[in-house]
Design a protein around this ligand. Structure first.
Ligand code: ATP
Ligand code: MG
Length: 228
């Protein structure tokens, strides 16, 4: 099944008399299991499109289906619930909770999903290990490097078993080597656990790791390349 399906999706901002078509009639399908990047210059609409797909913003026109469910018709409460169970978010600025340890930051998602405590460790520990964070589970974010914090954020995004992980410039605050490292780990999770990823990036080294490169310009898809 398609994980994401957008039809004539638009988001128009009104800046005084001027209209900005941040996302302009986009038809996009992301299949289950894809590892895709949104590329394109600053202002091309990458963040706006990710926010629409993730239900963080509502379209001016058009539709978004997420694993077959139409997001447009949902109330704010229903959208919050859909986000909790279907989408994992990774942000540029990590957004970890400072007073919680690495383990607790990941566990938080399972708690709000209502997963019994007895299952938490079995879900969290292998993931932290896979991401090279074993031994660091009791550290708070301030005691971790940027790359380590972002790997905790990846674990947090994936632990709830969402249908898709959306990441807006997840490597923007990392040095080039940590960025490539993080992407390779995300790619391995994509291959091993069949998690679908859609992320945005400016960094050509990061873009090159994606299996599909969707290029945006002025809110429209101008190129869509799948590698074999
Ligand atoms: N809240 C807003 N109000 C008005 N215009 C906005 C708003 N948010 C974004 N825009 C405009 O919409 C367009 C797309 O912005 P968007 O943030 O999606 O681009 P982007 O591709 O993510 O850029 P970057 O690479 O710099 O993050 C830009 O022209 C931007 O100025
Ligand atoms: Mg952006």
């Amino acid at each position: 099944m398609d994980t994401v399906l957008t039809k004539e999706l638009s988001r128009i901002y009104q800046n005084g008399a001027a209209e900005v078509k941040a996302v302009d009639s986009v038809d996009l399908t992301i299949e289950s299991g894809e590892f895709a990047v949104l590329a394109g210059p600053s202002g091309s609409g990458k963040s706006t499109l990710l926010n629409l797909i993730g239900g963080l913003d509502r379209p001016t026109a058009g539709t978004v289906h997420l694993s077959g469910e139409l997001l447009n018709e949902k109330t704010d409460d229903e959208l919050t619930r859909a986000r909790l169970f279907k989408i994992g978010f990774i942000f540029q600025a990590y957004n970890l909770i400072p007073v919680l340890t690495a383990y607790e930051n990941v566990q938080f998602i399972l708690q709000i999903q209502g997963i019994p405590d007895s299952q938490h460790a079995d879900r969290i520990m292998p993931l932290l290990q896979e991401l090279g964070l074993d031994g660091l589970e009791h550290r708070r974010p301030s005691e971790l490097s940027g790359g380590q914090q972002q790997r905790v954020a990846v674990a947090r995004a994936i632990v709830g078993r969402p249908s898709i992980i959306l990441a807006d410039e997840p490597t923007a605050n990392l040095d080039s080597e940590s960025a490539v490292n993080l992407l390779n780990m995300m790619h391995r999770l994509n291959l091993e656990q069949k998690v679908t990823f859609l992320f945005s990036s400016h960094d050509q080294r990061v873009i090159d790791i994606a299996q599909r490169i969707i290029s945006l310009r002025d809110g429209k898809i101008c190129d869509d390349i799948r590698k074999n």
